[in-house]
Design a protein around this ligand. Structure first.
Ligand code: PLP
Length: 451
């Protein structure tokens, strides 16, 4: 291919990157990734980079699996596309729906396909509002979400998300979305124990329901563990209390499993790890290990029945795309046959937890936590007071991310939190390499901010 500088110049001239300023790309040039195998990326200069983010929290079975490429090619030859609208179906879509119904907890037995997580959440907004309208309660249309939650970038997904910077662009949120605070004990817990804080934050849901009027609330949505908000692992008391409140007021519970689903927390779904019984789960990312785009809403018998009694005027051309469904089925086969969830639960997860928590000794690190194979560290200039940095939020995180990238690991920053979510097939040796390089990067970051 062309020399790196030429590729970077073309990229800077024509390619608009999500969540990136043009300045970043113009000044530094993008790092051009050319191939990948296992947990290792290779760039156009031949450097090997350990991917601590599984791409964007998705390449759970690792890169370069030939089985997936074979299945995709076979499906493209046999039936590259057919839609699932009206009265047609095809084998990959119906078999994937069956498989997801088997894996999903409780009576979540019905699958509405989308292209990714954002538009699956758009489906959810329309589905829960249609559900209540069909049950003769059309005024029940408010969805409660959380500040600093992330549910996607479409108008619906970004409205459900509690990212103020996203709301500011494009006139969001849409009407009928309300927010409560996130369960971020380290940053906001003050003198409360994690248990007290978890209960207090969950009880904000009840206060919000009372404020709005229970007869107007359709659903609550949350990620079992917030991912894009900085891997905020809630206190153990949080989710059971949310479940109790949803049950008490008959409010639908939507678990956004886009990151937590398919083994990230050591179970098939984060809902199982957190002990909740959602009425709807949003899935994407790990469903196909990121090899092709696909997402879905997995819904309860009751919701499917009510929605099925009417015509739900909703669907994407690529809902249940045969190639994506075939790839997802193969990915799920690999996860099962290679015992990947057991690897997360018994081998890689405990090893990462041990090594990651050692980072809490670093002078820059206030909190270091892991659940399964997702974790974060909070950077702070003062561990005792958990104070933020004097510089704008995210400045130190950005420096740390840059140092990581220079040391050939990918670790993302969310403000001044650093997050990790490697491919689930990562070995203990690779975790050691990652953590050693992360520590070196933290040292360099500290040096840089002291300079
Ligand atoms: N929901 C959650 C919890 C996510 O983390 C994401 C993406 O990061 C989305 C939804 C949006 O998914 P997509 O980018 O596939 O549209």
């Amino acid at each position: 291919h062309l020399p790196t500088t030429e590729l970077q110049a073309i990229d800077a001239a024509h390619h608009m990157h999500p969540f990136t300023t043009g300045k970043e790309i113009n000044e530094n040039g993008a790092r051009i990734i050319t191939s990948a195998k296992g947990v290792w990326l290779k760039d156009s200069e031949g450097q090997e980079i350990l991917d601590g983010m599984a791409g964007l929290w998705c390449v759970n079975i690792g890169y370069g699996r030939p089985e997936i490429a074979d299945v995709a090619a076979r499906q493209m030859r046999e039936l590259p596309f057919y839609n699932t609208f009206f009265q047609t179906s095809h084998v990959p879509a119906l078999m994937l729906a069956k498989k997801l119904a088997e894996l999903a907890p409780g009576d979540l037995n019905h699958v509405f396909f989308a292209n990714g997580g954002s538009d699956a959440n758009d489906t959810n907004i329309r589905m829960v509002r249609t559900y209540w309208a069909e049950k003769d309660q059309p005024e029940r249309d408010v969805i409660i979400s959380r500040w600093n939650g992330y549910h996607g970038s479409t108008i619906g997904g970004a409205s459900l998300g509690g990212m103020k910077g996203m709301h500011a662009q494009g006139g969001l949120p849409i009407p009928g979305i309300e927010f409560i605070d996130e369960p971020n004990w380290w940053a906001e817990g003050g003198d409360q124990t994690p248990e007290e804080f978890g209960l207090a934050r969950a009880r904000q849901l009840e206060e919000k329901i009372k404020e709005i009027g229970p007869e107007k609330v359709a659903a609550f949505i949350g990620e079992p563990i917030q991912g894009a908000g900085g891997v905020i692992i809630p206190p153990a008391t949080y989710w059971p209390e949310i479940q109790r409140i949803c049950d008490k007021y008959g409010i639908l519970l939507i678990a956004d499993e886009v990151i937590c689903g398919f083994g990230r927390t050591g179970n098939w779904f984060g809902s199982q790890t957190m002990g909740i019984k959602p009425d709807i789960m949003t899935v994407a990312k790990g469903l196909s290990a990121g090899y092709v785009p696909i997402g879905a809403s997995i819904v309860s018998d009751e919701i499917a029945k009510v929605i099925g009694d009417t015509e739900f005027n909703h669907g994407y051309t690529y809902s249940g795309h045969p190639v994506a469904c075939a790839v997802a089925l193969e990915n799920l086969r690999i996860l099962e046959e290679e015992n990947v969830l057991e690897h997360v639960r018994n081998v890689a997860g405990p090893h990462l937890k041990k090594r990651w928590e050692e980072l809490a000794e670093h002078p820059l690190v206030g909190e270091a936590r892991v659940e399964g194979l997702m974790g974060s560290i909070a950077l702070t200039p003062d561990k005792a007071t958990r104070a933020p940095f004097a510089a704008d939020a995210g400045t130190v995180g950005y420096i740390c991310r840059e140092r990581c990238f220079a040391n050939n690991i990918v670790m993302r920053h969310v403000g001044d939190r650093m997050v990790i979510a490697p491919p689930l097939v990562i070995t203990c040796e690779e975790i050691d390499i990652f953590v050693d390089r992360a520590r070196k990067s933290l040292d360099e970051c500290l040096e840089k901010i002291r300079a």
